[in-house]
Write a protein that binds this ligand. Structure first.
Ligand code: PCA
Length: 207
């Protein structure tokens, strides 16, 4: 199985993004029958997709797994769907890293309203919970960059007739990010990495 895993750079005043650390760790895995490629994407509405699409073309993955952090969430969230909206107003008026703050702008004007991820999220959910990892299926990836990435990825897969499976997982903040905000939910990077490994093994089993 060839799997392309993406993460994001920091954004919105954060100095880190746990998904970058997860990619660093994933790069070192030597798992039988699994070829892993990683890429860090910019947190910019109009620039997050071209690097991912380029990697997809070059690497020809069986699976594209995008990762992002969702500060405030408490579990490994398996995203079910991407919607055709970019809306910073719905995200606390947070612009992207270039200062772009769209309101009610479609991701792809000619695209459908929404597109489902094609990762086996139900199986991934069971696998994570069986191993004691807090996880759930999420029905909204928000209206910020992660949603744009998921929607655009699924649009591309549909448009090109690619056989690749695609989807998105949101991880919580790490404890260091929550240190000055004790009410913020967090999950340590070791548990997040354990979750990533479980997901990769399950995808391999199914692929
Ligand atoms: N999380 C943001 C963008 C980058 C990231 O890691 C989001 O949920 O849209």
């Amino acid at each position: 199985m060839r799997i392309l895993i993406s993460g994001f750079e920091p954004f919105g005043g954060l100095t880190t993004n746990p998904t970058m650390e997860l990619l660093q760790r994933a790069k070192t895995y030597n798992l039988e029958g699994i070829d892993i490629q990683t890429i860090t994407l910019p947190v910019v509405y109009q620039e997050c997709m071209p690097p991912l699409l380029k990697q997809m073309e070059e690497f020809n993955p069986d699976v594209v797994l995008c990762l992002g952090v969702a500060v405030g969430r408490s579990s490994i969230d398996l995203e079910r769907t991407g919607i055709n909206i970019q809306d910073s107003a719905g995200e606390g008026d947070r612009g992207d890293n270039s200062g772009d703050k769209p309101v009610d702008r479609p991701v792809i004007p000619e695209g459908p309203d929404g597109l489902f991820a094609t990762l086996p999220i139900r199986d991934l959910l069971s696998a994570l919970r069986e191993k004691g990892i807090p996880a759930k299926i999420s029905n909204s990836a928000g209206t910020y960059i992660c949603n744009t990435t998921l929607y655009s990825l699924m649009y591309e897969i549909h448009k090109t007739g690619s056989l690749a499976k695609g989807g998105f997982i949101h991880v919580p903040a790490t404890p260091d990010m929550a240190a000055s905000q004790p009410h913020l939910p967090s999950m340590d990077i070791v548990t997040q990495e354990k979750a990533l490994k479980i997901v990769i093994s399950k995808l391999k089993e199914i692929n």
